[in-house]
Design a protein around this ligand. Structure first.
Ligand code: AMP
Ligand code: MG
Length: 418
């Protein structure tokens, strides 16, 4: 059985990212937040676009004011007012100044800003009471960015600051990767959808909805394909169809060793290559990972990746967070940061592991000054207990074979909210 780390590495290896050329699309700037940039972007303008003032004050010639003190001030003639958006009409000559406001263009002739606080104005004359540094409060054209140089690299998820940068570069049509398509199948003859009346022995399909929510939250496009009964022919048809529609297929259920667990068999019959059948983790040990040849897949140039997740709702979610999420990130075109974010936290209760397998304890991570605390979910940590998964935002990771961790001990915790 593979360890979690081995499985993660193998899965990332099997995952082919979307192709910037074939899988690119263009979205409006207002729609671009959260999308993955598919091409490096550069701007056609320097930033700042022109020399401008960082403060409210007076644009002057440094040579005129370099010796000013409160005892020996100098008085200059104000030749014009330069509010933001106004183009200066005059050159500042020796003995002259221009009134200037933050962000306004520096007039020719001037090279330094004297802040308002160090001046006294009477009519169209201003007295400078203190010498500034040469070039004080002038933001020079191109000081922060020169036109044509790289601005944003391909493969980043666009955040609000990135959107500001793109806006300033006038990049209003943003080249991004299309969202990866993720087909979702729930397998099990006992399953009904939540809108159906529950009959004895049936189980309500929660995985379809939870997985779709996780896929959407990851920036991918969920393709919910419904419930498939535990019948080989129905499964074969459903899986074969899903593979032609999606970059990644997720099924839940039917991967254990039960009499009705057909998924692995059907995958083999359909010509998929099975790379993983189980991973030494708890919950989530039965996890099938397979690839379909590009010829059988949605994209004739990229193999479809198949995850057969355990049916158990807790196991399905935990294996999604631990193993599907990194693959989804890599597939989406993100250039880095595929692995889960793990922080160290102080556990508020004792934590026990399974001994043989890496164990995940669900709960909530709270920031405390300079650190984190982890509160395991109350109630039973049974893989049959779906209810206490609510509000989970982190999984404590207990290494196989570790003795119980006492309350107050530091434990690695995987964040699932990023
Ligand atoms: P399986 O992996 O198919 O053996 O399923 C394990 C357990 O999870 C069984 O009790 C199933 O009824 C339950 N289960 C399977 N699929 C789902 C689902 N989509 N939603 C909720 N429970 C499920
Ligand atoms: Mg089943």
């Amino acid at each position: 059985m593979l360890s979690a780390a081995e499985a993660e590495a193998l899965i990332l290896d099997l995952t082919q990212p979307l192709d910037a050329g074939r899988d690119g699309e263009v979205v409006a700037l207002a729609e671009a937040a959260g999308r993955i940039l598919a091409q490096a972007v550069s701007g056609r303008q320097d930033f700042p676009y022109w020399d401008n003032s960082a403060m409210d004050g007076y644009a002057v010639r440094y040579a005129d004011v370099q010796h000013c003190t409160p005892e020996s001030p100098i008085t200059l003639e104000i030749i014009e007012e330069i509010p933001a958006g106004y183009v200066p009409q005059h050159t500042v000559q020796p003995g002259q100044a221009a009134r200037i406001l933050t962000g306004s263009m520096l007039p020719s002739g001037a090279d330094t800003i004297v802040i308002q606080e160090n001046t006294q104005r009477v009519g169209n004359r201003v007295t400078i009471l203190a010498a500034p540094q040469p070039q004080a409060f002038v933001r020079h054209r191109g000081e922060f960015y020169q036109a044509g140089r790289p601005l944003l690299p391909a493969g980043i998820r666009l955040t609000a600051p990135d959107i500001a940068v793109l806006a300033t570069a006038q990049c209003i049509q943003v080249p991004v990767f299309r969202r990866p398509r993720v087909a979702i199948l729930s397998t099990g003859s006992e399953l009904i959808s939540p809108d159906q009346p529950l009959q004895p022995g049936q189980i309500i399909d929660s995985n379809q909805y939870a997985l779709a929510a996780l896929v959407a939250a990851a920036g991918a496009a969920p393709l919910p394909l419904g419930i498939v009964p535990d019948q080989p022919q129905a499964l074969r048809e459903a899986i074969a169809a899903a593979v032609t529609k999606a970059d990644i297929v997720l099924s839940s259920g039917g991967v254990s060793v039960g009499d009705y667990d057909y998924v692995d068999r059907i995958l083999t019959e359909l010509g998929a290559k099975i790379h993983i059948r189980s991973v030494a983790v708890k919950p989530g040990k039965p996890l099938t990972v397979a690839t379909f040849d590009p010829t059988d897949s949605q994209d004739p140039q990229r193999p479809t990746l198949y995850f057969g997740l355990p049916g158990n709702p807790v196991s399905a979610l935990v294996t999604f967070w631990r193993f599907v999420q990194p693959a989804l990130r890599k597939c989406s075109g993100l250039a880095q940061g595929w692995q889960p974010l793990i922080v160290s936290a102080r556990t508020q209760r004792e934590l026990r592991s399974d001994g043989q397998r890496e164990s995940y304890i669900w709960g909530r991570l709270h920031p405390v000054t300079g650190s984190y605390e982890f509160q395991p979910a109350g109630g039973a940590h049974s893989s049959g207990n779906l209810i206490n998964l609510a509000q989970t935002n982190a999984l404590a990771i207990l290494t196989a074979g570790l003795p119980p961790l006492a309350a107050g001990a530091e434990v690695p915790v995987m964040r699932i909210d990023t």
